[in-house]
Unconditional design. Structure first.
Length: 136
């Protein structure tokens, strides 16, 4: 019979000993959700919560104050751009009525307006992604 190797207790943790403790409280519904995930995934509650919080934490946690500050700046800039577009359109209409509007200017304006619309659509897509990441 082979000699059985004597086990020396619990295996060492790969990341070192965990000495810090965080106390968390859940509502009954939240706790049931965590318990269901524990059963489905076969992972204990502690490891489940640790994995959820620490994996891609910077991608899922959004600083709402900073986000709102940036969105305010973007909104103000969009307002200024819209104002400029209206002024350019008014000026172009005045020149057109006087017969002094160069067709090249119209083409360039249309190109720039198309670029602006593309940027605005990309902004909408980005905002939708942010809202989804926030879980709203």
């Amino acid at each position: 019979m082979e000699r059985l190797k004597k086990l020396n207790g619990r295996p060492k943790l790969a990341g070192g000993k965990r000495t810090k403790f965080i106390n968390v409280r859940f509502t009954e519904v939240e706790y049931k959700d965590v318990a269901e995930l524990e059963k489905e995934l076969g992972i204990n509650k502690t490891d489940l919560i640790r994995m959820r919080i620490l994996s891609d934490a910077k991608k899922t946690v959004i600083n709402s104050k900073e986000l709102i500050r940036h969105l305010d700046k973007v909104g103000a800039e969009l307002g200024r751009i819209g104002n400029n577009i209206n002024q350019l359109a008014k000026h172009a209409n005045v020149l057109r009525l006087k017969g002094g509007l160069n067709p090249g200017i119209i083409l360039k304006f249309n190109e720039l307006l198309e670029d602006y619309i593309k940027v605005q659509q990309l902004l909408e897509i980005s905002l939708r992604k942010i809202i989804r990441a926030m879980g709203l």
